[in-house]
Write a protein that binds this ligand. Structure first.
Ligand SMILES: NC(=O)c1ccc[n+]([C@@H]2O[C@H](COP(=O)([O-])OP(=O)(O)OC[C@H]3O[C@@H](n4cnc5c(N)ncnc54)[C@H](OP(=O)(O)O)[C@@H]3O)[C@@H](O)[C@H]2O)c1
Length: 156
């Protein structure tokens, strides 16, 4: 299954280029949820998001999308987002698409499920999750955590 995992505020904001790791907030509980969900799985991200993290995340297979022919330790770099998503679609294997904005937008048509951590409030930033997801996905479950709500969406 191809899943998007993302944290947004109430306006679908996901990023602030000047903020901590580019994120407009720091939410430990959501970081723990991200780790627990993605552990021992394959994660995929764009090169800019990877650069903000700076290294492969432990106990996960990390795939980075870049057209620049770069290489990083413990990371598989691929130049075609379509090809990698098509291969996971065909195999039925799980992959978690972890951003950033450009990757979320392009991966949306391939995605079966969205795990959206809704961080309360309106934060500062200018990078958003694609709003059009709401036309193609239905909210199937809301799981309250102490500091955010996990919203699970399935493709219509
Ligand atoms: N809130 C959240 O859950 C969350 C999660 C992740 C990221 N973010 C935020 O999102 C922001 C980054 O998003 P972004 O859109 O600027 O960058 P990004 O999506 O992380 O990375 C963009 C880069 O990915 C590569 N790329 C994109 N599409 C490609 C394709 N079709 N084929 C091959 N390579 C492709 C290109 O790398 P090259 O230039 O190397 O070719 C491009 O410059 C940051 O602020 C980050 O903090 C938020």
């Amino acid at each position: 299954m191809i899943r998007i995992i993302v944290a947004t505020d109430e306006n679908l904001l996901i990023g602030n280029p000047n903020g901590y790791y580019g994120m407009p907030w720091h939410n430990d509980e959501d970081l723990k949820h991200f780790k627990k969900t993605t552990l021992h799985n394959t994660i995929l991200m764009g090169s800019k998001t990877f650069q903000t993290i700076g290294k492969a995340l432990s106990e996960r297979k990390t795939i980075v999308v870049s057209k620049k022919g770069v290489s990083y330790p413990d990371v598989e770099v691929v130049s075609s987002l379509e090809e990698i998503l098509e291969s996971f679609k065909q195999s039925g294997k799980d992959i978690y698409v972890c951003g950033g904005a450009s990757i979320y937008k392009q991966a949306l048509p391939w995605c079966d499920e969205i795990l959206l951590s809704r961080i309360p409030g309106h934060h500062e930033g200018n990078i958003y999750f694609p709003k059009e997801f709401q036309y193609y996905f239905t909210l199937v479950k809301r799981i309250p955590y102490e500091t955010f709500t996990l919203e699970i969406y399935h493709r219509n």
